[in-house]
Write a protein that binds this ligand. Structure first.
Ligand SMILES: [Zn+2]
Length: 86
């Protein structure tokens, strides 16, 4: 695990139907194979993009809850960016 949790990508898994949280790093690594290791440890086989998002995986949610810094709200990011401009 990296000390600073990166941006998360939500990917629906084709095998269990849940939407898992995958870190940006793992997403970059798994993109070649179409398999992504979610924060819960599950290997996600990406479902076709046309499908509706499934239920969010409760295990992933627990992991993210244990690491409150894992998910930075977009608005927060934007605010930080604007602030650094001045
Ligand atoms: Zn998961």
């Amino acid at each position: 695990m990296s000390p600073v949790p990166p941006f998360l990508v939500h990917i629906r898994c084709d095998t269990d139907g849940y939407t898992h949280a995958v870190t940006e790093d793992e997403f970059a690594v798994g993109r070649h194979e179409g398999r992504f290791r979610a924060v819960c440890g599950h290997v996600v086989l990406a479902a076709p993009m046309i499908e509706e998002p499934g239920r969010f995986d409760p295990v992933c949610r627990d992991v993210l809850r244990a690491e409150p810094m894992a998910e930075v709200p977009r608005q927060e990011r934007r605010r930080l960016r604007r602030r650094s401009r001045r």
